[in-house]
Ligand binder design. Sequence first.
Ligand SMILES: C[S@@+](CC[C@H](N)C(=O)[O-])C[C@H]1O[C@@H](n2cnc3c(N)ncnc32)[C@H](O)[C@@H]1O
Length: 276
Amino acid sequence: MATSKSIDRGAFRAFEHAGWENVAIQYHDAFASLTTQSIGPLLDAVSAGSGVRLLDVASGPGYVVAAAAERGARAGGVDFSAAMVAQASRRYPTVEFREGDAEALPFPDGSFDSVVMNFGLLHLGRPEQALLEAYRVLRSGGRIGFTVWAKPEEAVGFGIVLRAIETYGDLNVPLPPGPPFFRFSDPQECHQVLLQAGFVTPNVASVPQLWRLSSPDALFEIMQEATVRTAGLLRAQSREALNAIRAAIRQAVMAYQKSGMIELPMPAVLASAVKP
Ligand SMILES: C[S@@+](CC[C@H](N)C(=O)[O-])C[C@H]1O[C@@H](n2cnc3c(N)ncnc32)[C@H](O)[C@@H]1O
């Protein structure tokens, strides 16, 4: 998924947008039990307590906003997918979600105490611009926090799938090129990008997460039906390659069987910083 091809940000955004519009429900079914595991540490990192004005960017089905509201924060979410916003609003009717782009937030300067993004930054064509926007809408002294996946050697579910595609298929299929999916898995990169956006005292930590899947085929099916970039990669493989990839994923996943379930380590990288 990392690419050295030049990036057409508009084409990449359109590809991501169409993808998320299509998988909003499947994403919830597949990922809710996983991406919610980092919410506690993420909210702690931005001091999301009672009365804190918190914005969750790329809010998806709304989990982070709901958890922040439960802590007493004045929380809202923004996402560029109408399907995600509709789902979040249905799921958490007392909280406000609105459509908007992480790279051009529809909020005035200095209007939040905390801005968070749970597994959103790696889906953006212009992550630096999104961090500048977070900086703009934060008050002085406000905090930013984001999570991304750890590198594929640690986030085993991605490692297994990418290795299978690399071995039996083709990673260089014609998809709109985007920024490297695992760019911010590198703590050094998180430090640097936060400092460049103007934040101070960056801190990067690892959050252990475990993905419990009910069958050895679940990982392939989730990647095919509930993701955007990885699903695009799989769609572009030949039928023969896809069969071999599915078999290889199934085989690799079996090594993680425990008490009749599959348990895949899927740690997150959690980065946070302060607006001076
Ligand atoms: C992997 S999901 C994360 C959802 C949620 N934050 C969670 O914790 O599970 C990525 C989300 O980012 C949203 N997204 C992607 N690009 C975006 C952009 N440019 N602006 C706003 N939202 C975006 C997608 O619509 C999707 O809901």
